[in-house]
Design a protein around this ligand. Structure first.
Ligand code: TPP
Ligand code: MG
Length: 583
């Protein structure tokens, strides 16, 4: 550790004065604690009291990505956590910067991504007496309800332990968001350098394996054995686990159809013969035993009950999750398998042995037939060259591009733009598809794209609705500034869901429509990026290929028919309906 060396002041007692004293300050201790734990990237936005922390971190070899809004830095940190299994670090200023980052902290917690939001904060004494300090807020109290854990460090000698606790809390068990409050005064505190060095903690085995009990494994195997129509559902927890080969081996040995949740697409290729993505409603309805791997029975799976699941039924659920409280959250889980996904899948696989009878062929074939029918029905729609484009024509060419570039990262947000892209674009490798996640949140586009480029070094293709893009659009400057290989395609249909709504009560535009014929491509030109307007699938294909070949920041305005979308994409049924009939 490099240390600040200062001569003792002239007025100090005579013997001590002769010796130069090595000291270290809070800034340095924070930086060294992060580095010691392999945390080498910060996504943040400078200002009082953390500007010097960003400068000194950069000088000390930490990559500091400086954003235009903390929310986007936070989303970047959250997805960095998902991709690396290390907590993504977001750094903000006090009160308003902290609040801007808080959305991402809650998002990380909900999505089970490890992330640490580090915010500077104002003078404790003044804040606690509510005396009106600069950016005064009791941030720790506010953060507590939004994350797994929240900590504050008051003394330089506790920085090492504070950061160690934050790391452990973020990645162990079910990963999530952690808040770390660092008051302004902490950064300037000094202590003896040697003691400072000793106070740092390298976290050993931050996310310890959690082995399922033999009894739980046997119970799961017995249920799985009884299945006539087994189904495996892979969630983004399975993708996070980085146990790709083991999961593949389990799926293949079982012979069962599998359904990937959105961010688990590509864990096994969507083109795998057992993939039932194109026969989703059939497998949910008709399966008799469902093995959930790192997926939750939340709204995205209709809570495991109702029409979508073919109720009334006698389906049995086996669930692999590291969080015991996840079990029975929505329906009875007859075989809970609590542990980390790698250990649970390994245990299941070995308990299946060498003589496992694969899923019955009448079930496998029924799913296959349904899937092939659906794929055949979709195929002609994807080949149209209409101008303006519809979703299928535009996604048809993007589907081919992703197939030809399976290593590229794919970021996706919007309503129709999200739902249709998820169904149409096949993924071929794990952790390539990054999207709106558990909340269906808009605004992850540019933050995710930046982190995806930084963490993987791969080109990024981001496909975003025009509304979705707007939530983080200013970060195209960040993308240009760091010269990241990001190609953004905006599906521009002039609005939220559609661009055709009319206000029936006055002369203002309808609430869901935007300026017609907007040229988003021109925005990026302001920052030296490449802007292209694409009006047909052919043009779109040429533009995306050129952009991805060049590696230059590019924004493509893809002109989509304003009438093409439907309300809320595929989840229009969630809009509340009044008992009063619509006139
Ligand atoms: C933070 C946040 N605010 C608002 C919403 C509600 N919402 C869902 S999708 C969407 C935008 C859909 O429009 P667009 O991105 O243009 O996609 P399109 O359906 O038009 O293709 C909005 C505002 C949300 N999901 N998240
Ligand atoms: Mg739109």
């Amino acid at each position: 550790m490099a240390i600040v060396t200062e001569s003792a002041p002239a007025a100090a007692p005579s013997t001590a004065a002769a010796q130069p004293q090595e000291t270290v300050d809070g800034f340095k201790l924070v930086i060294e604690a992060l580095k010691l734990n392999g945390l080498d990237t910060i996504y943040g936005l400078p200002g009082i009291p953390i500007t010097d922390l960003t400068r000194r971190a950069q000088a000390d070899g930490i990559r500091v990505l400086s954003f235009r809004h903390e929310q986007n830095a936070g989303y970047a940190a959250s997805i960095a956590g998902f991709l690396t299994q290390k907590p993504g670090i977001c750094l903000t200023v006090s009160a308003p910067g902290f609040l801007n980052g808080l959305n991402a902290l809650a998002h990380a917690t909900t999505n089970c991504f490890p992330m640490i939001l580090i915010s500077g904060s104002s003078e404790r004494e003044v804040v606690d007496l509510q005396q009106g300090d600069y950016e005064e807020m009791d941030q720790l109290a506010v953060a507590k309800t939004m994350c797994k854990r929240a900590y504050r460090v008051l003394h330089a000698q506790d920085i090492g332990i504070g950061i160690a606790r934050a790391i452990r809390a973020a990645v162990s068990g079910r990963p999530g968001g952690v808040y770390l409050d660092l008051p302004a005064k902490l950064f300037g505190q000094v202590m003896n350098a040697e003691e400072g060095r000793k106070s740092l903690v390298k976290v050993i085995d931050a996310a310890p394996a959690q082995i399922p009990s033999a009894e739980a494994v046997k119970r799961a195997i017995d249920v799985l054995k009884s299945a006539k129509k087994p189904l495996i559902i892979l969630g983004k927890g399975a993708a996070y686990a980085q146990s790709d080969d083991t999961i593949k081996a389990l799926v293949e040995k079982s012979g069962a159809p599998f359904l990937p949740m959105s961010m688990a697409k590509g864990l096994l290729p969507d083109t795998h013969p057992q993939c039932a993505g194109a026969a989703r409603s059939t497998v949910l309805k008709d399966s008799d035993v469902v093995l959930m791997v790192g997926a939750r029975l939340n709204w995205l799976l209709s809570h495991g009950k109702g029409k979508a699941w073919g109720e009334p039924h006698s389906k049995k659920f086996i669930q692999i999750d590291i969080e015991p409280k996840e079990m029975d959250s929505n329906v009875e889980i007859v075989a809970p398998l609590v542990g980390d996904i790698g250990s649970c899948v390994t245990a299941l696989l070995s308990a299946m042995g060498d003589k496992w009878t694969p899923a019955p062929s009448d079930w496998v074939n029924a799913v296959k037939t349904k899937k092939e029918d659906n794929i055949a029905k979709m195929a002609p729609k994807l080949m149209n060259n209409n101008s303006p484009m519809d979703y299928h024509g535009a996604l048809g060419v993007l589907r081919q591009i992703v197939k030809e570039r399976p290593d590229a990262m794919f970021v996706n947000e919007g309503a129709n733009t999200l739902d249709l892209a998820r169904g149409i674009i096949d993924m071929y490798k794990p952790r390539k598809r990054l999207d709106v996640g558990t909340w269906g949140i808009m605004g992850i586009g540019q933050g995710y794209s930046i982190a995806a480029a930084i963490e993987t070094g791969k080109p990024v293709l981001a496909v975003e609705g025009d509304s979705a893009f707007g939530f983080s659009g200013m970060e195209i400057e960040t993308i240009c500034r760091y010269e990241l290989p990001v190609t953004i395609v905006i599906f521009n249909n002039d609005g939220i869901y559609r661009g055709t709504d009319v206000n029936t009560g006055g002369s203002d535009p309808a609430t869901t429509v935007f300026v017609k014929g907007a040229r988003y491509d021109k925005l990026i030109e302001a920052f030296g990026g490449v802007g292209i307007n694409a009006t047909s699938p052919d043009e779109l294909k040429r533009a995306v290929n050129a952009a991805m070949d060049s590696g230059k920041p590019t924004l493509i305005n893809a002109v989509i028919d304003p009438a093409a979308g439907s309300e809320s994409g595929r989840i229009g049924n969630l809009n509340p309906q009044s008992v009063l009939k619509k006139k």
